[in-house]
Design a protein around this ligand. Structure first.
Ligand SMILES: Cc1cc2nc3c(=O)[nH]c(=O)nc-3n(C[C@H](O)[C@H](O)[C@H](O)COP(=O)(O)OP(=O)(O)OC[C@H]3O[C@@H](n4cnc5c(N)ncnc54)[C@H](O)[C@@H]3O)c2cc1C
Length: 462
């Protein structure tokens, strides 16, 4: 019952950490209370993308005539769409099980709780408690849907993301509270399926962390698709006593009552840090997060934390990168501190959003003199041919030294295009180098080259 590395939680933080630890020669175990793969594979990244794929196929079918095709009796089977998504999630979780076996990692089923002396108690489903010890204990217990006091989730009429991706029947109408990535992905999915969707966002723009131009384009696209968008608005209370839900929404113009079948609360996450022994060990937390240094060490030697439980962006690729960095440091192999300024963020609605680095507003606030370029997909041959001309690529450079400060994309397939900007920025590439890197024609990626060209007053197709 003694390990070199023991990881609590098997999300994209935990299971990736365990694999890297095993590759580095550590005797490794991972403790999991639910399903292998964590939120990402079971209730987050992957099942939502399966739902969004169904929405995309359905949207294509609804518009086949625009492609010179004909299709009749187009319909959807909501239950089957949900079933497909759950099946994809299940398959991914089994994949992690395979990876654990392949890498000779022990899977310990149950609820893990850290104890002083580098020990962990695991309570199995039968209630039996087993003690394990390890030289290095890595906490990767992730997070869950955050509940607002005035919007308590009952799992039926006021729901979180888990219920939203497994509803037995499709609601006719839905209020989505919060327009971060999770909120807008569900808003798009349900709208495509035929649910009447209203987004209520507290901030003045939807997808508020994005560049303002992106937010504005998203709002235009969503409104065109039939989604109602209420910004600078907040849900004050909900009344679930009747058939559906009545939400009292405070807007700039006063209070409004919205009625719907269901409310989806998508206002962020709450970390799983309760009852896992942090206080017994003396591990310091701040504002719901476990505090760590650059190498994910907590204040108590031998205890580490990575992923959603720590400060920083709550994203799967961040959790994985943190775990890898953490165990590489433990192993003493060469590794690098993560550059949190170069983390891509993606939203997979239609249109998709992808961004990295500073927004124009933030770059200005930081005092840079800017060169900004923009290329709309309406001027891209590939986008026109594909029938997806909405959106653009926007690039932001430091005028003095040519540093690529930020890249913001909205449009079809941009989540697969942002990696170019991430790699270029990692290599400290200047705008001119990107411009001279020949991009294939016709592709959506040409828009990156053209946006950079626009910043340098050399754009060809505008
Ligand atoms: C709807 C939705 C969509 C998302 N889409 C994306 C996306 O497209 N891209 C992206 O990058 N991110 C996305 N995310 C975020 C992403 O899922 C998280 O950032 C990621 O899962 C965090 O990984 P983690 O390993 O830190 O924690 P988690 O994935 O939350 O895993 C933690 C694991 O620990 C287990 N656990 C908790 N406590 C204990 C305990 N005491 N003992 C044993 N096990 C325990 C849990 O059961 C869970 O399996 C999405 C999230 C949601 C909710």
């Amino acid at each position: 019952m003694k390990y070199d590395v023991l990881v609590i939680g098997s999300g994209p933080g935990g299971y990736v950490t365990a694999i890297r630890a095993s590759q580095l020669g550590f005797k490794t175990a991972v403790v999991e209370k639910e399903n292998l793969g964590g939120i990402c594979l079971n209730w987050g990244c992957i099942p939502t993308k399966a739902l969004l794929k169904s929405a995309q196929v359905y949207d294509y079918l609804k518009h086949v005539d625009e492609y010179g095709l004909k299709a009749e009796a187009i319909d959807k089977d909501f239950e089957a769409v949900i079933k497909r998504s759950r099946g994809v999630a299940e398959g991914m979780s089994k994949g992690v099980q395979f990876l654990m076996k392949k890498n000779k990692i022990d899977i310990i089923d149950g609820f893990g709780k850290v104890k002083p002396g580098k020990k962990v108690d695991v309570t199995g489903t039968d209630g039996k408690v087993t003690e394990y010890s390890a030289d290095h204990i890595i906490i990767a217990t992730g997070a869950r849907s955050r509940e607002l006091p005035n919007l308590p989730q009952d799992g039926k009429k006021v729901i979180g993301y888990r219920e939203a991706m497994s509803l037995p029947t499709q609601p006719k109408s839905m209020i989505v509270v919060g327009s971060g990535a999770i909120g807008v992905e569900f808003a798009h999915f349900y709208n495509s399926m035929g649910t009447e969707v209203t987004i209520v966002e507290f901030m003045p723009n939807i997808v508020p962390v994005e560049d303002k131009d992106v937010s504005k384009q998203m709002e235009r696209s969503f409104k065109k698709a039939g989604i109602k968008v209420m910004t600078s608005s907040s849900v004050e209370s909900v009344d679930t006593s009747g058939d559906g839900v009545k939400a009292t929404v405070k807007t700039k113009k006063g209070e409004q009552i919205l009625e719907a079948d269901i409310v989806l609360s998508a206002v962020g996450i709450k970390t799983n840090i309760e009852n896992i022994g942090l206080e017994d060990v003396g591990i310091i937390t701040d504002r719901d997060k476990i505090l760590v240094n650059d190498w994910y060490q907590t204040n108590i030697p031998g205890y580490y934390a990575i992923g959603d439980v720590t400060p920083g962006p709550a994203l799967a690729h961040v959790a994985s990168a943190e775990g890898i960095t953490c165990v590489e440091k433990i192993a003493g192999v060469h590794t690098e501190v993560i550059d949190y300024g170069n983390i891509p963020g993606c939203t997979y609605a239609t249109p998709e959003i992808a961004s990295v680095g500073l927004t124009e507003e933030k770059a200005k606030e930081a005092g840079y003199e800017l060169k900004v370029g923009k290329f709309p997909f309406s001027a891209s041959g590939k986008a026109k041919a594909a029938g997806t001309p909405d959106g653009f690529v926007k690039v932001i450079f430091d005028a003095k030294y040519g540093e690529w400060l930020g890249c913001h994309m909205i449009g079809a397939g941009v989540t697969d295009m942002i990696a170019e900007a991430v790699v270029a920025r990692k290599l400290e590439t200047t705008g001119h180098e990107v411009l001279k890197a020949i991009h294939p024609h016709p592709t959506m990626s040409e828009a990156v080259m053209e946006a950079v060209a626009d910043a340098y007053d050399e754009v060809i197709h505008l």
